[in-house]
Write a new protein. Structure first.
Length: 281
């Protein structure tokens, strides 16, 4: 994640977009997997039987090859059954779709959303964590901008709905969603996040100690100089949790034309004390 100053110096430095061939492959595999998940085991076995009918060979040396080909033939049968677009037709469609997906309005967001100005600061290795139902649109927008997004929600229905939406938009390859239970279980962090977006409504019903533990756990999974975007709710505003962000720097965020309250706030995680000491801070 670039700082605001770095973003100005590195204008145009962005992750190379995936090729059309990669996008098409993702599109085909997502549709095939969605079909497999929508039918019964008997239907899959019927397709497997149809696939192996022309592959069977009594020579045992061909057994492994036959098993590998079966999966490919089953996928080909499903692809034919679904009448998927050709790569040319898909390419014509996806170029228009990708351009639309990168616009905040495609996901119901406006330019005042604090995530929007941060998009130009993303770099190829950035990872984002998005927490809560009210931040779904932010998760979609970040995914559309080729960020690797992890999404947490305490409602399984929310998780499944968002997974399905991104699969429909051919964006699921960069997205991973989990149901979590604040105060009980949070996923372990294999790699820290550069950007975290928190819908404060998802924490509003927690008691103060549990909310503190949840935020501290998320903070511990955030890189130094990483950003936290706090999205307000009617039940909980960013100012109510600032005591949990001691030492973090607050960045300026866009404000709506009417009313003084911004659409959220952005906080920057400080470097570890030993790093600041070494730098003479």
């Amino acid at each position: 994640m670039l700082t605001a100053a770095d973003a100005l110096r590195t204008a145009g430095r962005r992750r190379p977009p995936p090729s059309l061939t990669q996008l098409y492959h993702e599109y085909v595999m997502q549709r095939i997997e969605a079909f497999k998940n929508s039918v019964t085991r008997d239907e899959i076995m019927r397709l497997a039987g149809e696939a192996t009918a022309g592959l069977y060979d009594s020579d045992e040396s061909q057994l492994v090859l036959t098993e590998l080909l079966t999966g490919e033939v089953v996928d080909a049968l499903i692809r034919k059954k679904l009448k998927l677009k050709t790569q040319k037709k898909f390419g014509e469609h996806v170029l228009k779709l990708r351009a639309a997906q990168k616009e905040p309005t495609h996901w119901g967001l406006d330019e005042v959303c604090p995530v929007v100005p941060l998009l130009k600061r993303l770099v190829p290795t950035d990872r984002a964590l998005v927490v809560g139902k009210g931040a779904e649109a932010c998760a979609c927008l970040l995914t559309a901008h080729d960020v690797d997004v992890v999404f947490w929600a305490s409602d399984l229905g929310v998780v499944e709905r968002l997974e399905q939406r991104l699969a429909t938009e051919s964006l699921a390859a960069r997205f991973f969603a989990l149901m979590v239970t604040f105060g009980d279980w949070l996923p372990p962090c294999t790699e820290p996040f550069d950007l975290v977006v928190v819908d404060l409504a998802s924490l509003a019903e927690l008691d103060s100690p549990t909310r503190f533990d949840a935020l501290r756990a998320i903070q511990s999974q955030t890189n130094s100089h990483g950003l936290h975007v706090l999205l307000p709710s009617t039940a909980l505003v960013p100012e109510a949790v600032f005591t949990f962000y001691d030492g973090w720097e607050r960045e300026e965020t866009p404000r709506r034309k009417r009313g003084p309250r911004p659409a959220g706030c952005v906080l920057v995680k400080p470097a570890p004390a030993e790093h600041r000491k070494a730098a003479g801070a």
